[in-house]
Structure formats: C-alpha cells, structure tokens
Design a protein around this ligand. Structure first.
Ligand SMILES: [Zn+2]
Length: 247
C-alpha cells in the first residue's frame, strides 16, 4: 500500500500507531479496524502539527498562541545541558531574544548553575518531566509523580510532554495545574537524518503569528540547532516578527 504513505513532509517522533491506541485507550482496537492506516503511517514522523493530530489529541492543548501579532515563540526542550544551553543563550543574547525552556528535572538537579542562567536571563521555564518519560509506556501515577518531582525543581505552570506523548486521562489531571504546551513546528534538530538547512526550512515554513517552534538544547541536537537557530532568528526579524515567551 505504497499509495497510503502520506506525504506530509514530516517524519515519526510520534508513533502514530500508538497514538491511535492511546486515544481510544483500548489496546488492539484501533489496529483491528485500520491495519492499513496503522502500517502506512507508523514510520512517519510529525514535524508540523496537522489538523488531524490536533483533533485526535485531548482538547485545549496549546498548539499556537492565539494572537494576530507577528510574534513567534521559540522553545527549547531537554536541557539544561552544560555546553549546549549556554550556547543557546549566547545566540539568543546576540539578538536580544527571550525564549521558553522545557527542562528535564534530572538535568536541573545535575546542573543547577546552568538552570539558573535561564531564570536570571529573563527566559521562561517549563516542566518536561524528571526522567523524560514516555506517557504511553508509563503508569499514570508514576508519570504524574515524576511531573510533580520536577515541579519542585522548576516551579512552572507550563508543561510539555516528552516525545509529544500524552493520553487523555493524564492530560485531564495535568490540566488542573498546568498549561500543556505542544507545538506548531518541530525543527527536527534531534534527527541525525536531517541537516541544519532542513531544520531551518521546517521552522521557516511554519512561521505565522503565534507559532510555537521547538528546538532542543541537547547534545544530540546541538550541531543542527547551532546552524539553524541564528538563521531562523534572522529570518523572523527580516519578516517583521518579534519573539515572545510563554506564560
Ligand atoms: Zn524532550
């Protein structure tokens, strides 16, 4: 069923097959009713946030900041990491840009000095779980306590689920306390099969008022991020965009 291979120009950070099961929360149900769908998109990665993904996910997640102003929101996941997060901050400072950092609790605990550079620099921080957990592979209670553990270190009302994985019941619980932030575009900077130019294009092609753009301050993403980030900032500035932080 090669014709079923959907040409979204977005690769499978999100394992869509698992996503479908997660939505119905009945393992096996979805795979019985749509094996072709499941097989054809299981290798797909999702860099943009297509309408069908937003519809399938729990409601009231933030995929874009509702604004008509030419403002984009840069976000960085998985830090703080020595040597990478400070590099991001250098680039941002060069253009006087503020951003939002979704921090892994374990890294905050290991590198408190790097974490404090974020808050002292006027950037926003958010919770990205303590162990960078996959919601679909973690018991609900464990997931929620991991988030709370991180809250004690990060102290933010913003939450972004690692790997974009979320299920309805966890989302309902988290929404009582947190704003759950998804994305308008992943740059794919963590993907070694992409180069910096492709990451830049993914960000640029998804730029519109209120867009939430995901980079990573991780060792894995460093090379591509370091290439794409300054060029992306320059692109946005040349198009009359400013940069906001999430709150
Ligand atoms: Zn992450």
């Amino acid at each position: 069923m090669a014709c079923m291979r959907l040409q979204f120009y977005m690769p499978a950070t999100i394992e869509v097959s698992t996503l479908i099961e997660s939505i119905f929360e009945k393992s096996g149900y979805a795979s019985e009713i749509c094996p072709y769908f499941r097989n054809s998109i299981s290798c797909m990665e999702i860099y943009g946030a297509p309408f069908w993904l937003r519809i399938l996910y729990p409601q009231n997640l933030l995929w874009r900041v509702p604004t008509n102003r030419r403002e984009v929101f840069l976000t960085f996941d998985d830090g703080p990491i020595p040597g990478v997060t400070p590099l991001v901050l250098d680039i941002l400072n060069r253009y006087n840009v503020k951003a939002t950092f979704f921090c892994v609790g374990e890294n905050v605990q290991k590198y408190p000095d790097v974490f404090s550079l974020l808050t002292s620099g006027g950037h926003a921080v958010g919770n990205h779980t303590f162990h960078h957990l996959k919601a679909w592979k973690t018991k609900r209670e464990n997931y929620l306590s991991d988030v709370e553990h991180t809250d004690a270190l990060v102290g933010s009302r913003l939450f972004r689920p690692p790997h974009g994985q979320l299920n309805r019941r966890v989302a309902v619980k988290l929404k009582r306390k947190y704003k759950i932030v998804m994305w308008s575009a992943l740059t794919g900077d963590y993907n070694k099969n992409l180069d910096g130019e492709q990451c830049l294009a993914l960000a640029r092609n998804n730029t519109r008022p209120g867009a939430i753009i995901v980079f990573h301050d991780s060792l894995k993403a460093r090379q591509r991020m370091e290439y794409a980030l300054p060029l992306y900032i320059e692109y946005c500035l040349s198009e009359g965009y400013s940069f906001g932080i999430l709150e």
